[in-house]
Write a protein that binds this ligand. Sequence first.
Ligand SMILES: Cc1cc2nc3c(=O)[nH]c(=O)nc-3n(C[C@H](O)[C@H](O)[C@H](O)COP(=O)(O)OP(=O)(O)OC[C@H]3O[C@@H](n4cnc5c(N)ncnc54)[C@H](O)[C@@H]3O)c2cc1C
Length: 733
Amino acid sequence: MKKIKAPKFKVLVLVGAGHANIQVLKKLTMKNYEGLQIITINNGYTSLYSGMTPGLIENYYVLEDASINLAKLCKNAGSVFINDEVIKLDEKKNIIYLKNHPPIKYNLLSLNIGCQSKINDLEISKEAEIIKVKPISNLVNKINSIEKLILKEKVISCSIIGGGIGGIEIALALQSRYQNSIKLNLFADQNNIEKNINSRTYKKLIALLSYKNINFVNSRIKNIKESHVEDEEGKKFPTRISIISTGAMSLPWIINSGLSLDESGFINVNSFLQSESHKNIFATGDIASLNYQIRAKSGVMAVRQGEKLKENLFRFLLNKDPIHFKPQSSWLCLIGTGGKNALLNWGQFTIHGKLIWQLKELIDRKFVEKFSFENPMNNLKDIIKLPLSDKIINQINLKMRCEGCGSKLSKGDLSDYLHNTNSLNAEVLSDAATIHITSNKFTQSIDHIKYFAEMNPYNFGRIAYLHSQNDILSAGSEVNSFSVSLGLPYNENEAQKYFLEYFMQGINSESEIDKSIFASGHTYTSEEPGITINMNGIKILDTFKNQAVEGDLIYLTKPLGIGFLMAAFNHNSINLTARVYEKIINNMLISNKSAFAIAKKYNAKPLTDISGFGLGSHLIDICKSSNLSASLKLNREIVIDGCLEDLKLYKSSAYEDNKNNAISEIEILDDNNKEIHNISKILFDPQTSGPLLISLNQDLKQKFEIEFEKIYDFKPILIGYFQKKEKFSISIS
Ligand SMILES: Cc1cc2nc3c(=O)[nH]c(=O)nc-3n(C[C@H](O)[C@H](O)[C@H](O)COP(=O)(O)OP(=O)(O)OC[C@H]3O[C@@H](n4cnc5c(N)ncnc54)[C@H](O)[C@@H]3O)c2cc1C
């Protein structure tokens, strides 16, 4: 009898990839808690390391130096990563609500979401240009507006409101970057100096500000207007932009939750970092209030808490006693002072200079490097089994006996889901659906894609739909209806429901845009999850592969590269940054529906979609059936984000087959041109939810491109034209 691995039956959700939760993820790159589904939610694909923020503002570091690539970390940790913002918590029902995704039911929740800048003592006019330093991601995203203003106006005045260590570091970093192009006023209420900072350090910082011509003003700002800020005594200071660094404020969805909070709205936690009111919720970093020992909110504190959090979350799941977090009363503080200098504060010691910067850089880089991966993980993780309930043991035994229809999802789970989501099709649980059609030309297609492990399953549902939609569009049709077969991971309880809901809601979100009918569905559990969609369309355009015309231009509706880039991602390629990963996902999520409509308008032909066989094979089919050849001019534009480095190094498993099937029909005109040889590999790269290949009469080039760009915000990719039949179907220059 085949031994069945225990299903995932508990859901751990990490909200916010702050300094503590990333350590939980790091631990999960080495340990596998069998039975546990992990989901990480963060609004953004990177987690910024606060210690390197001043260096980033100064332009000494680039984003990749100072941040952690969450998609990669989660992939290696075995966690699904969702790029979204949590907006509500129902701690009674154990549900979190997200801005752009369906809600998620958790068994255990870890909140490490930082805080926001305190603005409730300030009056800010609508016209005023401001940057809030918290969350830090906001500061980093918006700091470029200073660059833009300086480019436009040459010299600007800037106010930094709040003279804590953060405000001082920002002032020194900005001065070091922009020198005489920025006039800085730093406003401080001197009663608010952090307790960990000794008086010599503080004096040294004030002297440095003065030496660097940063105007240090000891007053409280009340109003921020478009062209000036005003203090409590009515004194005005000119400003073009204001940076608010006035301390921490809790987040509205935490304040509105039923969690036990301190008087400022931060989550009361005990010494295990566990919510005082809800034992299955842990909170760390700025959002947590250690009401048993007050400490300043800092990245250092969040990192230290992470060391205990990564133990206590799993101790909770394994029913073991948690361990205490004992905050230090003082800690080493390294403050960037600009121009590769830093200041060390440790107890009563203060040292300043380049050596301290080197020490700081070493420590900071080492921290971030802990979370980066340059080679594939060996998958040899320690396995720790979560204790199984009787119900789960029964489920495992049942599935051992029956892997046929017993591998189906229970009818109850399916009905619950359909009931909760108001599925358009009431017939979905019947054996077949009746569809009324108005046309006698009906297109049918079936497609299956395997789940990319750890991908956001909602996005995967959307991608599966769009991948199938491509077949219908390239057959000159509009989607009418579809049936779905979902291969779900072998999970139980909340973990099972999560995949069902996320796959289906992703599919539904695209089907709603198409107004297509969800005709019927089937589910099964599998060790190789995936989605099969059988899609039907109504034919509205007569497009066939033999319709290419000599002289017509050849366009792709989006760049290629999913195959080799996903291979690079799985191999932890160093070039595959968070920004590139975001582009890959967004590329797969682009629907070709509007491109099809524009093509129809300009009498262009969507001749095929580029799928698993790659561009080469699809184009050869068109050339052969139209008795023509294609002349291609390739450049880096054809590849997602122009990632030519990884194209040299990585290929998908389907690459060799695709190449073998097409290579004899392809000629590279300049055989010595290494760059063209490299780019032409893209012809064999398999695509998931790839572009349409459209042929267009040359006279309509401009109109077609303008209209396309208006809708998609990027130009269609012109790759060549059809020419008289030659020896090779495709020639590349
Ligand atoms: C300029 C500057 C320099 C600093 N330098 C230092 C320093 O050198 N040393 C030090 O100890 N401290 C420093 N600090 C303080 C430090 O930034 C914070 O105390 C620290 O970042 C808090 O860490 P955290 O883990 O609580 O949250 P954060 O680091 O803020 O991380 C929270 C994460 O949660 C995400 N998130 C927030 N809300 C949601 C939501 N609703 N849904 C999903 N995701 C969400 C955010 O995108 C973010 O990724 C500095 C602060 C500033 C402004």
